[in-house]
Design a protein around this ligand. Structure first.
Ligand SMILES: Nc1ncnc2c1ncn2[C@@H]1O[C@H](COP(=O)(O)OP(=O)(O)OP(=O)(O)O)[C@@H](O)[C@H]1O
Ligand SMILES: [Mg+2]
Length: 503
């Protein structure tokens, strides 16, 4: 038996077909879902405000008078007995015979009983998937698991947005766990994570997940020259003239046709020799030799791709751990190259549907940076625009929504937003996230670590969630400033002692 929590009252402005006010017998939380009976079926409403009221304090003159006279109203009247908790609610819809009426046209009657929303009805209303959905936590203030349907979450891409320290990587890890734990029979995807800070590398060492995760350190990542098309080469190493490009294209095509007899693999030395032998103006030769020198110094180009794309498997994750790479351009090229390869291989159905998870997405797909710096942006935008047709999904994670490509962000049809307080970022969220009203914006800045809101395709109504605890072990990724300073001091003392001992 569900207990009644309140009664609809009549106020100056309510009830209407959209708004209700109710006096509460039990406390409720803002954003909680409630329901009541109507002739058409069960109505679902969201608590938009909770306030207190007391008849003894309604009249400003009498309150002010008693203050002046140093009289405490509570000493003379049973004030505490008359304190009322009053809720306000937005009516969201009415469930008739299993179908939802989104815009009820008639107000409920004052005196109608209010109940907490029924779990099953609410789950249906929010569009959750309790059979096979990804369990990312619970719906806030509700005894209801937040199980999000995989297709709804990823087919049209996801953006995970919040300020630093709000729990983005933690939630991303929870989502990763759900995918790694998911049965293949339920339809599963593979994950490739671009991990600039090595936050997901811990999965590779985890006792439960290690077997399903392979981590590639920046120094071990390699691009097979045979897969480097002229187009990609010119994109990664721009500022060459059209005739210079023509010469290089010719060389690359020649190498390709020669090499096709074998396995097609060749290295930078080989390319350098071919440039040396080719007939072209000395200046062009020098340009390309300089470029090849740059490529060599990056320590990135070799015979084969590492990781090779056949590592992308359903229910498994490949982590591109870029935390040991200093050179930003190298990070950009790796992200651009593997993003592009993933997309192409997926178009040809050579790899399963996948999620390309990009941390620090504002660096890889920035809004306002020239394309010779933001090398990865075009491929991220491409997957954002065209990926859904091929089941190539994007997960963009960013603490700077303002700096993130508008095209990429607007193609992410689900936004999961955790705490954000920066007004510019909030403004951006308001503009780019469907269903985020001013009311929701206020709530976003008040969220605590591990709390968030899901809006867009993945749910049928903006849903506040509390992120569940992760099952995988969280590995320390960074020391705090004090620890780092102390460690430095200790090392310095040790070094000094060693020198002293030697003297
Ligand atoms: N749902 C949660 N439950 C418990 N602890 C959490 C939760 N979410 C985050 N935390 C903790 O809060 C801290 C910050 O989380 P996290 O690293 O995920 O933040 P972030 O948004 O990725 O930050 P950054 O932008 O700096 O990468 C971590 O110590 C993490 O353990
Ligand atoms: Mg993080």
């Amino acid at each position: 038996m569900v207990e009644k929590i309140g009664t609809i009252i009549s106020t100056e402005n309510s009830p209407t077909s959209q708004d209700i006010s109710f006096v509460l017998e039990k406390p409720v939380n803002k954003e909680q879902f409630i329901e009541y009976d109507t002739q058409q079926g069960k109505a679902i409403a969201r608590v938009s405000k909770v306030r207190k009221s007391n008849i003894f304090y309604h009249n400003p003159e009498s309150v002010s008078e008693s203050v002046k006279n140093n009289v405490k109203l509570e000493d003379h009247f049973p004030t505490s007995e008359r304190e009322q908790l009053i809720g306000e609610g937005k009516i969201l819809g009415i469930y008739g015979d299993n179908n939802l009426i989104k815009r009820p046209s008639f107000p409920p009657s004052p005196g109608t009983d209010i109940y907490p929303a029924d779990k099953e009805r609410l789950s249906k209303f929010l569009g959750l998937d309790h059979e096979k959905g990804l369990n990312i936590g619970t719906v806030q203030f509700q005894d209801l698991e937040a199980n999000i349907n995989l297709t709804k979450l990823f087919q049209k891409h996801m953006a995970l947005l919040a300020q630093s320290g709000a729990g983005k990587s933690y939630l991303a890890s929870v989502i990763i766990e759900e995918i790694l734990d998911r049965e293949k029979e339920d339809g599963n995807i593979g994950i490739v994570a671009v991990d600039p800070h090595g936050e997901y590398a811990g999965f590779g060492r985890d006792k439960d997940y290690g077997g399903k995760v392979e981590v590639f350190k920046g120094r071990d990542i390699q691009i097979g020259l045979k897969n480097l098309t002229p187009g990609k080469l010119f994109q990664y190493f721009p500022n060459v003239s059209a005739p210079q490009k023509r010469k290089m294209r010719k060389i690359l095509n020649e190498i390709r046709s020669e090499m096709l007899k074998g396995n097609g693999a060749y290295d930078l030395e080989h390319l350098e020799r071919k440039v040396e032998e080719a007939e072209m103006p000395q200046k062009t030769k020098e340009i390309w030799k300089t470029r090849i020198g740059q490529m060599k110094s990056m320590d990135l180009f070799g015979l084969y791709d590492q990781p090779s794309l056949d590592k992308v498997e359903q229910g498994k994750m490949v982590v591109l751990d870029l935390s040991d790479i200093i050179y930003d351009k190298k990070k950009q090229i790796i992200t651009a190259y593997f993003g592009d390869r993933l997309f192409k291989e997926r178009m040809n159905s050579n790899i399963p549907p996948f999620l390309f998870l990009v941390e620090e997405a504002h660096n890889f797909a920035p809004e306002n940076k020239p394309s010779d710096i933001a090398i990865a942006r075009s491929v991220i935008k491409k997957i954002a625009r065209e990926g859904r047709k091929f089941h190539a999904s994007l997960g963009l994670i960013s603490q700077r929504p303002v700096g993130l490509s508008t095209t990429a962000l607007s193609q992410c049809n689900t936004h999961i937003i955790l705490r954000i307080t920066n007004p510019n970022d909030l403004e951006r969220i308001k503009k780019s996230s469907e269903g985020v009203t001013s009311d929701v914006i206020n709530s976003i800045s008040g969220l605590r670590v591990g709390e968030g809101i899901v809006v867009g395709e993945a749910v049928d109504y903006p849903t506040f969630i509390s992120v569940r605890e992760r099952k995988s072990e969280e590995f320390e990724t960074g020391k705090n400033l004090e620890e780092a300073a102390k460690e430095y001091l200790e090392e310095e003392i040790e070094e000094k002692n060693e020198i002293d001992a030697f003297m």
